[in-house]
Design a protein around this ligand. Structure first.
Ligand SMILES: [Ca+2]
Ligand SMILES: [Ca+2]
Length: 415
């Protein structure tokens, strides 16, 4: 049973950041440039100590304490492995829970009942109900999109469905599957996936490569959706300007290739698409996503196998493959991301927020000229796996935690 925080005062928990003298701007300047010394945020031993970055600043960016004081309000508890939080117009929050439920939490923290009408999910392992996204025209069409591991004959794979939220917000109607990743595979790992709409009106979908060694090469094969970013119209049809349309044997929905397992996707304020993907041990990656490009996996990668062995056949640099803008060693296990554009936190404007499952915190990056200039970790005191982070219409940040008793947090400037 999900218990709402009916008395907000009782649910509120306040976090104050420790005071720091350096500002984010100072740290960023140090890194940008002129050879001035900088203290990297990451000081732990690397997991792949032999690897070298392709350019300065590709890993271990300067510590960039923003010295922003904020409150964390626990809006809801008792959510079962929430995978996505999507702010609705007006301030309520749409939540996806991995076992296969979607529900609305009101702006005041009242947890609504599961919304009916969703298709079945295969919730074993990393599977289940994954991301949700609102139609760009949600105000008029009330349409919701969601990704999930779809149980199929012979296994499962990631699919995306759309449905219209009923006026009483209790049901999804006109539900239809608009995308089915191929091939079907009998496994429980690396489904991706995040959804994001571009200014071009297209829906971008991230997919994993299903993890098992014999599946990995499919990330480089255009005949497979595995390990790809997908671009489709909201009705599921293929836009004619996709890069592999008309290429024999290629799946026309593919936008980019060579991805491992992407659970973070967001457009920046300039309209460019970025993703963060789960790498091997010592190789989580931030990438700027551009049409038709090859992001390397499994031929180009940072990190090692989780067994500690080298990745057979992989190098950290290969011609024709994109370098990550940034990589984490040790890994953070990234999920969810948001470029901050609100007015509530002027010091955080243009920062990139990324959830960390493994380190149980919220990563904040500063970027300049497509390079990471600073890194900060927030919410570390709470000890919960951060699964998704989104900005609300009020400029607050909303976070859900990947726990059996998962929570929804609202982050606002300290009163
Ligand atoms: Ca989402
Ligand atoms: Ca890569």
């Amino acid at each position: 049973m999900v218990a709402a925080c009916t008395q907000l005062a009782a649910c509120n928990q306040v976090t104050e950041r420790p005071a720091n003298t350096a500002s984010a701007q100072t740290a960023a300047k140090n890194e940008q440039g002129k050879g001035a010394p900088c203290k990297p945020l990451e000081t732990r031993e690397p997991e792949a100590p032999e690897q070298k970055p392709a350019f300065p600043g590709q890993t271990r960016a300067c510590a960039a304490p923003s010295n922003v004081a904020f409150d964390v309000q626990v809006l809801a508890k008792g959510l079962e492995h929430p995978w996505a939080v999507e702010p609705l117009p007006g301030g309520d929050l749409l939540i996806a829970e991995r076992p296969g439920r979607m529900r609305i939490v009101s702006a005041k923290g009242e947890v609504g009942p599961p919304i009916s009408g969703l298709p079945a999910v295969d919730a074993r392992g990393q599977g289940g109900l994954l991301d949700v996204a609102l139609s760009p025209k949600f105000d008029s069409d009330r349409t919701i999109y969601w990704s999930y591991s779809e149980p199929r004959e012979g296994g499962n794979a990631t699919s995306v469905s759309s449905g219209v939220l009923s006026p009483d917000r209790r049901r999804l109607e006109n539900v239809r599957v608009i995308f089915r990743a191929q091939p079907t595979y009998d496994g429980t790992l690396h489904f991706g996936s995040r959804l994001a709409f571009g200014d071009d009106g297209m829906l971008y979908i991230t997919l994993g490569e299903r993890s098992d060694k014999h599946m990995r090469p499919q990330a480089q094969q255009l005949s497979s959706h595995m390990g790809k970013l997908i671009r489709i119209r909201p009705d599921g049809s293929v836009p004619p300007d996709n890069p592999f349309v008309g290429e024999a044997g290629a799946r026309p929905e593919i936008w980019t290739l060579g991805h491992r397992n992407v659970q973070s996707l967001a457009f920046d304020p300039q309209g460019r698409l970025w993703e963060v993907e789960h790498g091997t041990r010592g190789g989580d990656e931030l990438n700027l996503v551009e049409k038709k490009k090859n992001y390397g996996w499994p031929l180009q990668a940072y990190g090692r196998e989780y067994s500690g062995a080298p990745i057979r056949g992989a190098a950290t640099e290969r011609p024709g493959m994109e370098q990550p803008v940034y990589y984490w060693d040790p890994v953070i296990a990234p999920s969810g991301m948001q470029f901050y554009t609100g007015d509530a936190f002027p010091a955080w404007r243009n920062s990139l927020f990324i959830g960390s499952l493994k380190d149980e915190n919220l990563v904040r990056l500063t970027l300049e000229n497509n390079r990471v200039t600073g890194e900060e970790r927030l919410l570390s005191d709470r000890g919960q796996r951060v699964r998704d982070v989104r900005q609300g219409p009020d400029g607050a940040l909303y976070v859900v935690t990947d726990e059996s008793n998962g929570e929804l947090w609202k982050i606002t400037p300290r009163r």
